[in-house]
Design a protein around this ligand. Structure first.
Ligand code: HEC
Ligand code: HEC
Ligand code: HEC
Ligand code: HEC
Ligand code: HEC
Length: 195
């Protein structure tokens, strides 16, 4: 009797775990592929050797340039340099017709959040990796996951159930911002981060 009770408890528990960790997140997020694959490793490593600032910089006016426009890519990729399918797509679908590439931004915050790279990178001297993990040396782009209810990226609105991984790419939520601020004695009020 006792054995059966604990067995049914265990199987009920197993179902709960599967629903909570796998089925529910799978229903909650839709998955999109980036328009083309971009390898940071190829461009920032030995092959091309560009620095991050060549493509992402805080300008004189304190504004962060973000993802570089097509013009930057076209400077080198006006015609195909190698033989990869993604570069062919870059040239044929974007460079030749002069169409901007619709990149999906993993760290994109809701409209009502204020975030300044200048404050964090220039003034507080925080490394890109602290917030973005290894993206700057990655070879492939992971799929972008969008929360079906809020429309936000999973990186900022994920972990609704339990935060299973301690992947730094998930450290973009309000609690993560607040945690570092309290460690470094940055005084927070709602209106500092919210417009
Ligand atoms: C040749 C230009 C180029 C260089 C050099 C470059 N990047 Fe990028 N970066 C891009 C493009 C294009 C994207 C958009 C595609 C993507 O997500 O990777 C991007 C996206 C990113 C993102 C993604 C933000 C998000 O949340 O979606 C991060 C972080 C980033 N770059 C960091 C770096 C770092 C760190 C370096 C230096 C080690 C670097 N990049 C060098 C072109 C560049
Ligand atoms: C300074 C020159 C330079 C710039 C700027 C540049 N690239 Fe490249 N890119 C290269 C070189 C060199 C290669 C290697 C070609 C090969 O042998 O495949 C390459 C390879 C690629 C490839 C195929 C290889 C791979 O694995 O990804 C893609 C796709 C690509 N670049 C996209 C971009 C995009 C998008 C931008 C603009 C954000 C950009 N590149 C900016 C020089 C550049
Ligand atoms: C303190 C955390 C933090 C640091 C440090 C940081 N970022 Fe970001 N980054 C963010 C957040 C948050 C966003 C989303 C901003 C938004 O949506 O308004 C973002 C967005 C981006 C984007 C996409 C920009 C866009 O608007 O399209 C790129 C590219 C990027 N970061 C690159 C970098 C690079 C390169 C560095 C280092 C020089 C860096 N970041 C340092 C938190 C950070
Ligand atoms: C790794 C630590 C760290 C993380 C993560 C971080 N910040 Fe900050 N932030 C700082 C520091 C340090 C300062 C103070 C910079 C200075 O000296 O002005 C700051 C300043 C700010 C300010 C200006 C505050 C003021 O008093 O004027 C805003 C707004 C802000 N951060 C928003 C954010 C948001 C939004 C996020 C999350 C997406 C975030 N920060 C993540 C360290 C961090
Ligand atoms: C250090 C920066 C920071 C401070 C301070 C802060 N927030 Fe946030 N808040 C964020 C970020 C980043 C997000 C988006 C990511 C997320 O949802 O976790 C967010 C999201 C939210 C959301 C959900 C917004 C949406 O569009 O879905 C609400 C509501 C909110 N914050 C309320 C508050 C209130 C109330 C306070 C003051 C007690 C506050 N926040 C203080 C950074 C901050």
């Amino acid at each position: 009797m006792k054995f059966h009770a604990s067995l049914s408890f265990l199987s009920g528990f197993a179902v709960m775990i599967i629903v909570g960790w796998i089925v529910f997140p799978w229903l909650l997020y839709s998955t999109k592929e980036q328009p083309i694959q971009f390898s940071h490793k190829v461009h920032t490593g030995e092959t091309v050797g560009l620095s991050c600032e060549e493509c992402h910089a805080v300008g004189e006016d304190g504004r962060f340039t973000g993802i570089p426009p097509l013009e930057k890519c076209a400077g080198c990729h006006s015609a195909q340099l190698g033989t990869t399918a993604d570069e062919k797509k870059l040239v044929e679908d974007y460079v030749v017709p002069n169409r901007e590439i619709p990149w999906l931004v993993y760290a994109r915050q809701p409209e009502n959040v204020y975030f300044s790279h200048a404050q964090h990178v220039k003034i507080a001297k925080i490394e890109c990796e602290r917030c973005h993990g290894t993206h700057g040396s990655s070879d492939r782009l992971r799929p972008y996951q969008e929360n079906r209810i809020s429309g936000y990226s999973r990186d900022i609105s994920g972990a609704l159930t339990v935060r299973v991984s301690s992947d730094s790419q998930e450290e973009m939520k309000m609690d993560d911002c607040a945690k570092c601020h309290s460690e470094r004695g940055v005084y927070d009020s709602c209106l500092k981060c919210h417009k």
